[in-house]
Structures are given as structure tokens and as C-alpha cells.
Design a protein around this ligand. Structure first.
Ligand SMILES: [Zn+2]
Length: 256
């Protein structure tokens, strides 16, 4: 019951601050309740650090993505699910739950922080695969400020968990390593498999099959159904899996 109340309070705040749409706030309440009920305060600290940190850095950093037709600062239910869904599922795993939550949310935070802090880069991003310069906000594009910011984001989730968990050293290492790995995987998938489109009417590249002008865009690469949210979900899901591996290797039961 406390889990539900606290999640509702946080999500309501996010909605009031326009960080979340109403549907996203409802989704966040569900995810928060599951994580707090299954993993306690340590898991809730990870979720709080992800949510507060990501919202704050998104407000502080210059937004170069708005011009590219990204979804903007207010998160919708799909974005919330892509970031927090694997963590909520992972939380339900007995014993290892906190490790999956920490790893998955560290990856979600790393990606969100990297996108925001990449706005501070004075040079345009480079495609992580080809090295070609791409416009700011392009999926698969990386910058040094973004990678550094993403690392701080992963650390922030691990540090929050460390305050509440006895095995805090191992969890902090796992959050940092897996968070950064998840961020790299996100960029790799974004540069290769994510659907890429072009609106011939406006002469603009877009990440959506329907351009914001309303016209159907032509596919220029990637899988047409794999959106940015899909790539996020794959990366946070893979990070949850790595969290389980880390629990097997470093967790309480792993001591020789
Ligand atoms: Zn258009």
C-alpha cells in the first residue's frame, strides 16, 4: 500500500511538472509499485534516481533534438515502458531482482543522460558505426559530452542503490559497467537496425514512418517497425539480463 501511495505521489509530481503525460504517469505508478513492493527501498532509490536525474538533466541541458521532430521533454507511456518495463519485470525475479532493476535502470539513465548532455557538444555527433557526422538528436550518433554524461547517469543510479544495499560495492560496479554497455548497445542498434525514414515533401530525415507534417515518409534504412522506443526497450532488457549475470558473478551467493 505504501508502495502504491509513494509511486502515485512521484508520478503525480512528474505529471504536474509536465515531465510525464497522464498515461505515462499511470504507467509509472504501476512500474514504481512493482519495483518498491518487490525490491524495497533500494530498488525504489534506483527508480527515483533515474526519474529525478533524467528529468533534471533534460531541463538543464540545451535541447537540440526538438528541431528533429523527436517527442520532446514530456514522456509518453511507451517511453516509460521502454525505460522501466524491463526493470519492473526483472524486479519480480527472486533474490536477483534488485540487480536486474539496478542494471536496467542504469542503462535507461545512461541513455537519457547521454541524449541530454550531448546537447553541450560543440561538434555534431558522429555515427557510432560509420564515424560520419550526423545532425544532433540522430539515433546512433555519439559525442564525448554525451558519453561522459551517460556514464554519470549510470553512476547516479548505482550510487542511489548503494545507499540502501549491503552489497553496495558490487552493485555500484555493476550499474556503472552495465549502464555504459547498455548505452553503447542503444547507440549501435540506433545506428543499424532502427528504422530510418525520409519525408520527400519536406526533404527531411525522420525516425518515424509518418513525418510530423502528416505525410508518409519513405524508408531509407533499418527495420521499419523498430522505433527509438523499441531500441530503448531492447537495450534496457539486455541490461537486465546482464544484471542477472552480474548477480551470479558478484552477488551474495557467489562468494567462494
Ligand atoms: Zn514532411
Amino acid at each position: 500500500m505504501h508502495a502504491l501511495l509513494l509511486s502515485a505521489l512521484l508520478a503525480g509530481l512528474g505529471w504536474r511538472l509536465r515531465a510525464l503525460t497522464a498515461g505515462a504517469a499511470a504507467t509509472a505508478i504501476l512500474i514504481g509499485t512493482i519495483i518498491l513492493a518487490a525490491t524495497g527501498w533500494a530498488g525504489m532509490a534506483a527508480l527515483g534516481a533515474f526519474f529525478v536525474g533524467s528529468s533534471a538533466i533534460g531541463r538543464v541541458a540545451p535541447d537540440h533534438t526538438a528541431a528533429r521532430g523527436a517527442k520532446g521533454q514530456q514522456r509518453d507511456p511507451w517511453q516509460v515502458l521502454a525505460n522501466g518495463g524491463p526493470a519492473a519485470l526483472g524486479a519480480l525475479l527472486p533474490e536477483a531482482g534488485l540487480w536486474l532493476v539496478t542494471a536496467s535502470l542504469a542503462a535507461a539513465a545512461a541513455d537519457t543522460w547521454a541524449t541530454a548532455t550531448g546537447g553541450w557538444s560543440r561538434r555534431p555527433p558522429r555515427n557510432i558505426v560509420t564515424g560520419a557526422l550526423v545532425p544532433p538528436g540522430t539515433s546512433g550518433g555519439v559525442t564525448w559530452p554525451g558519453s561522459l554524461g551517460g556514464t554519470v547517469g549510470a553512476w547516479s543510479v548505482g550510487a542511489a542503490v548503494a545507499l540502501f544495499a549491503p552489497e553496495w560495492r558490487s552493485l555500484l560496479i555493476a550499474a556503472l559497467g552495465i549502464g555504459v554497455a547498455g548505452m553503447l548497445l542503444d547507440s549501435l542498434l540506433g545506428a543499424t537496425l532502427q528504422g530510418r525514414f525520409r519525408c520527400d515533401g519536406c526533404g527531411q530525415d525522420t525516425e518515424r514512418p509518418v513525418h510530423r507534417c502528416g505525410q508518409m515518409a519513405r524508408r531509407t534504412g533499418g527495420l521499419p517497425w523498430l522505433t527509438n522506443d523499441g531500441v530503448n526497450a531492447l537495450a534496457t532488457g539486455a541490461a537486465a539480463g546482464l544484471g542477472w549475470v552480474a548477480w551470479r558473478m558478484l552477488g551474495p551467493g557467489s562468494a567462494p
